[in-house]
Design a protein around this ligand. Structure first.
Ligand SMILES: Nc1ncnc2c1ncn2[C@@H]1O[C@H](COP(=O)(O)OP(=O)(O)OP(=O)(O)O)[C@@H](O)[C@H]1O
Ligand SMILES: [Mg+2]
Length: 321
């Protein structure tokens, strides 16, 4: 596994996603997020439920448009592409979803799920397409392929379904995959196998991942770098080892303190009850209402993300000079 970032493959600049709400100020599910992912790099995006992880992932996969800010893929602005350009982008950028039960169509066989993107996005036909589908099923460990090809989703276990979803994501030969909590709905005994599969596919196919999780242990296992999201804002970003050894943001420290052991399948409890306020008109640091180290300034002004050691960024007034 690589340990350092290369040339950015995908880069967001002040990415903001705003959702309108009836009778309330708009909600900012992602706010001013500047993040890059290198070629063959995994950035693990960590945060509790409702922090905006899926929204950021969907924006990077071209499934939701930024309200402001930009997304560049291979130095090309893909923030507002539509139609054919978007279809082409989906050849490069795919998404694996949390729920392998809901993400497969119960009326279609395993091979149908793989053949379709092979035709639509990879433009393969006939025997080439069937052979490519078999190779993909073998690559994700669904062997002998003849046993799985004609099965329907309900005939598979959760882990097997997630393998089908991974094969489907690989079909257009993407270079970037957003994996949105791909193991959180699986039995604990199956999680490590799927994480190892993602890791080995990265090596074989030179993939970059945005690995979304609320579990810091698996983030550390798969991520070269870890990005911590709180209330739609990026609060800390650093190489995985460094964030675990010397977390700088009070929220990251609380997350770490709550992580049971170093087990890559361990779950991460919430720090305290109460969801973060994502309102557009909210003032101050998003973590201020729950921060054990809060200062008066934290309730008034939003701290900027600052680099205080090479490659280690955090946004906290406590760290301002
Ligand atoms: N399409 C949408 N329209 C309106 N609000 C949305 C939409 N998608 C997400 N939200 C809101 O944006 C916020 C962030 O949601 P998001 O799904 O990105 O969080 P998450 O970190 O992925 O949470 P979880 O861990 O539960 O999956 C939530 O308050 C959610 O209700
Ligand atoms: Mg989510």
């Amino acid at each position: 596994m690589l340990t350092m970032a290369h040339e950015p493959l995908i880069r967001t600049t002040s990415l903001t996603v705003r959702f309108r709400r009836r009778g309330q100020s708009p909600l900012l599910a992602a706010r001013d997020i500047s993040l890059s992912i290198g070629s063959q790099e995994t950035v693990a995006l960590v945060g509790e439920s409702g922090s905006g992880k899926t929204t950021v992932g969907r924006a990077l996969a071209g499934m939701v448009k930024p309200s402001s800010g930009t997304i560049h893929f291979r130095n090309r602005d893909v923030s507002h592409i539509r139609g054919r350009a978007l279809l082409e982008y989906h050849q490069d950028s795919q998404m694996i979803f949390q729920d392998p039960f809901a993400s497969l169509n119960p009326w279609h066989t395993v091979s149908h799920h793989i053949l379709r993107p092979l035709a639509r996005l990879a433009h393969l036909t006939g025997n080439d397409r069937r052979q490519a589908a078999d190779e993909l099923l073998a690559a994700v460990g669904l062997t002998p392929v003849s046993v799985y090809r004609d099965k329907y989703p309900h005939e598979l276990s959760g882990g097997q379904r997630q393998r089908v979803a991974i094969a489907r994501a690989l079909a257009p030969r993407p270079s970037f995959i957003v994996a949105d909590e791909p193991v959180s709905m699986l039995d604990v005994s199956l999680r490590a196998g799927i994480l190892r599969l993602l890791e080995s596919l990265q090596d074989q196919h030179g993939l970059s991942y945005l690995y979304i999780t609320h579990d810091l242990a698996s983030a550390r296992y798969l991520g070269h770098r870890i990005a911590v999201l709180y209330g739609g804002s990026l609060v800390e970003l650093a190489p995985a080892e460094e964030i675990v050894e010397s977390p700088r943001h009070p929220y990251t420290r609380l997350l770490l303190a709550a992580t049971p052991g170093r087990n890559p399948t361990g779950a991460l409890p919430e720090t305290q009850p109460g969801a973060p306020d994502l309102s557009e008109n909210r003032a101050g640091c998003p973590f201020a209402p729950r921060c054990p180290e809060v200062l008066p300034i934290c309730r008034e002004s939003r701290p900027n993300l600052q680099e205080f050691a090479s490659g280690h960024l955090a946004s906290c007034h406590r760290m301002s000079p």
